[in-house]
Design a protein. Structure first.
Length: 412
């Protein structure tokens, strides 16, 4: 198959690609699966730089780099994001630079790299095409989407080809939540996206190139075959590799765009240091009454189990925490951000509640993109008050992203 039979140019349509809704018997193929089946033809004769982590695997859990290296593709360097290329580092950490033990290839530390640093690393590696294959989980405050953006910007500066091997968004294609606003950008929200962006990394790359990078990236995609954005990874015949240490399962990914906000609450653990991070939420100053009030909200698609846990790291190490386990009972009805807002509204009524303050800034403001959620809840606002406030900006974002979408989704 010729290279252009697999690839889609940056702002064009998906000509030549099978991206329609999957037939029941059709096996889902990722971008990596499709490129491997074509014997890496798009990379032959090129010196490639690989931006990847442990999620870049095929159906037999063989890693992209290991396969390419064994098949004779020339790899000039590997670029590891947060948690590292082989995934050994915890949140906010990297593996550093070095040599990969299995392949002998040079690994560059790309975590927190600026566009300038990316350009320097690409130049040092002598690469001419960049290959991105990392499983994102669909939330604005998950850092891999900024690894994508910065490496794309550096590739544009150097005139390099940029090839995205797409994977499904594990939580589907719906967008939810508030927009990032000026003055609140940070490492957990650098670009103007809504909190749950509802795009694959391939769609995001198209969006970035069209909206933020002036179409300057020589962008190519290998799309998924047999997936549409109304489907969730938890129900697919697709290998799951935890994309970071605290996202062990597709269930974690499903709740994370909402319960990730509890990183912005100093009085409550978001479940780090347990076996169910972001599904277990609780704190030493809470009891069953908070969970009972949350359950009484009758939020769609979710149930709450009274839960007790003792974190082994992060907040409240060795302390008994009381709270809830978030149980998604209907993926199609579940709204992770609305659910977490309900939990925050009820938690704010507890005497023990405190927002997390980092210096002079509230972390919740950086996560949600403005002061609005925090101040509305502090003023006694309801779930409807909080959620209703972002309906206009969410609709505008959905219209803005529409021309970059590649997979069917309801209402798109």
């Amino acid at each position: 198959m010729k290279r252009r039979g697999l690839l889609s140019a940056t702002l064009g349509g998906a000509a030549g690609l099978s991206i329609g809704a999957a037939k029941p018997a059709q096996r889902l193929l990722t971008g990596m699966d499709r490129l491997a089946a074509d014997s890496w033809a798009a990379l032959r004769g090129e010196r490639a730089g690989i931006v990847a982590n442990p999620t870049a695997v095929d159906r037999e859990y063989r890693h992209l780099v290991d396969r390419m290296h064994a098949d004779g593709v020339t790899i000039g360097g590997i670029f590891g994001p947060e948690h590292g290329f082989r995934g050994s580092a915890q949140a906010g950490g990297s593996e550093g630079a070095g040599v990969d033990a299995r392949t002998g290839l040079t690994v560059y530390d790309a975590y927190l790299a600026t566009v300038d640093t990316w350009a320097q690393m690409f130049t040092a590696a002598g690469v001419r095409v960049i290959v991105f294959d990392i499983q994102d989980i669909g939330a604005r405050f998950y850092t891999y989407i900024y690894t994508l953006y910065d490496s794309m910007a550096a590739a544009a500066r150097l005139g390099l080809r940029y090839l995205v091997l797409d994977r499904p968004n594990p939580i589907g294609g719906r967008a939810y939540g508030p927009m990032m606003t000026d003055g609140f950008t940070s490492g957990v929200g650098r670009l103007k996206l809504v909190q749950q962006h509802g795009m694959t990394v391939g769609e995001l790359a198209r969006f970035y190139n069209g909206e933020f990078l002036g179409g300057k990236v020589d962008l190519e995609l290998v799309t998924c075959r047999g997936w549409d954005a109304r489907r969730f990874t938890g129900g697919l015949d697709l290998p799951w590799v935890l994309p970071s240490p605290n996202v062990p399962t597709p269930d974690t990914a499903l709740v994370y765009p909402g319960t990730g906000m509890f990183e912005g609450v100093s009085a409550l653990s978001e479940g780090r240091g347990t076996t169910r991070p972001f599904e277990l939420i609780g704190g030493p100053g809470f009891d069953y009454r908070w969970g009972d009030r949350v359950a009484a909200l009758n939020l769609p698609g979710v149930a709450f189990r009274e839960a007790y846990f003792t974190p082994t790291f992060n907040k409240f190490v060795g302390e008994l925490c009381a709270g809830v386990e978030v149980k998604v009972v209907d993926r199609t009805a579940f709204d992770p951000i609305r659910t977490a807002v309900g939990m925050l509204v009820e938690a704010r009524k507890e005497a023990a509640f405190r927002w997390r303050l980092d210096g002079s800034r509230y972390w919740i403001d950086l996560l949600t993109g403005s002061t609005r959620l925090r101040t509305t809840i502090d003023a006694g606002g309801s779930v409807a008050d909080v959620v209703g406030a972002w309906s206009g900006e969410l609709a505008a974002f959905e219209a803005q992203r529409r021309k970059y979408l590649l997979y069917p989704r309801s209402g798109a």
